[in-house]
Design a binder for this molecule. Structure first.
Ligand SMILES: *Cc1c(COP(=O)(O)O)cnc(C)c1O
Ligand code: SF4
Length: 334
């Protein structure tokens, strides 16, 4: 939650942007010159949240804008579709308590906070019972005790929600506690905040990364080239210069980025920002998101086309999550 008691003069700009986000279909449509009527009755179970810096990259008057489609409720969210369920990855089964998930060897994932700066309509966490998963700072001590007791965990992945919703002073405390765990070799941060609100890349954050005792990797969630405007480019470059390794994570989404032009355009924009393409995720089959699904055949055809157009190192790995699998599964050519 936003600490509303903090005086404005000491509130960092990014937290003001969080507080200032569009939170209704009406406000968002008014700002963008779009008729709200087709959207107002949709997706009531997942509130609208669109920060203004992200909204500024949406074309005015175009209900089909690829950024708008990711954040605007759609009446199809209320449809049921076979195989699209509330906990598609059976994450509840991988939960060690205190917000710690352990699915893969050597890595554990900490749900550092349940909150997010932006609400993506396709998010598989839209139904996650965070209270059950125990996510949030009040559970960190317990989670870290669990990590400390398991020397096989060499990398901690901070996720959420969005772990950069945690304020810098709390994040610094977490970094310090992690630095005391001798077995930890790497830290990773999975975040959409540098794209949603680029002012989140504060000097304090950069300093924290710069003095961390292990390599810090930041996996940036970005789905379309239009998401990278000047301020985002600048924020990512500063993050890169702090010493962090930057990787991308993209969700393949129908009507958003399922064309060779859109995907190649994004992958070619990433190195400008110091980001290496990493994963292209097939959509997790979460209830309410079936209209975003790109069929497997089509996904493979897109990768084939990317290979023709781009240097090998700019082609992301197409993967999907499967409950109980030992890793994210590569989607392979037959
Ligand atoms: C995706 C994920 C990871 C990281 O997987 P990599 O293949 O190393 O990027 C770790 N833990 C969980 C629970 C995950 O979902
Ligand atoms: S930023 Fe990530 S966790 Fe948050 S709503 Fe979007 S996809 Fe979900």
């Amino acid at each position: 939650m936003i600490p509303v008691s903090v005086a404005t003069w000491q509130t960092p700009e990014w937290l003001r942007e969080v507080a200032d986000a569009y939170r209704s279909v009406g406000d968002l449509c008014r700002a963008l010159g779009i008729d709200p009527a087709p959207f107002t009755s949709a997706g009531a179970d997942w509130p609208v949240r669109v920060p203004r810096p992200f909204a500024r990259r949406i074309a005015r008057g175009n209900p089909d804008d690829p950024l708008l489609r990711q954040v605007m409720p759609d009446t199809r969210e209320d449809d049921t579709a076979p195989g699209f369920v509330h906990d598609p990855l059976c994450e509840a089964g991988a939960c060690r308590g205190a917000g710690l998930l352990q699915k893969y060897a050597g890595r554990a994932l900490l749900l550092a906070t349940p909150s997010c700066a932006i609400h993506c309509r396709f998010c598989f966490r839209r139904h996650t019972a965070y209270a059950d998963a125990g996510a949030g700072p009040s559970h960190w001590d317990t989670a870290l005790q669990y990590v400390a007791a398991d020397p096989a965990i060499r990398e901690l992945v901070l996720s959420g929600g969005d772990p950069l919703m945690v304020a810098d002073d709390s994040l610094a405390r977490l970094f310090e506690e992690l630095a005391a765990l001798p077995q930890l070799r790497r830290l990773r941060i999975h975040t959409r905040l540098p794209v949603a609100i680029p002012s989140r890349v504060t000097d304090e954050l950069l300093a924290m990364i710069g003095r961390a005792p292990w390599p810090v990797t930041v996996a940036i969630h970005v789905n379309h080239r239009n998401e990278i405007d000047g301020p985002v480019l600048d924020a990512l470059k500063r993050l890169r210069r702090s010493g962090a390794l930057l990787l991308s994570q993209t969700v393949l989404l129908r009507g958003v980025n399922d064309s060779p032009e859109d995907l190649a355009g994004l992958m070619e924009a990433l190195p400008d920002a110091g980001v290496m393409p990493y994963y292209l995720h097939c959509l997790d089959p979460v209830a309410g998101a079936a209209h975003f699904e790109v069929p497997g055949e089509r996904a493979l055809a897109l990768i084939r086309e990317l290979r023709r157009r781009l240097p090998g190192y700019l082609v992301p790995r197409l993967v999907r999550e499967a409950a109980g699998a030992p890793n994210k599964l590569p989607v392979e050519f037959e």
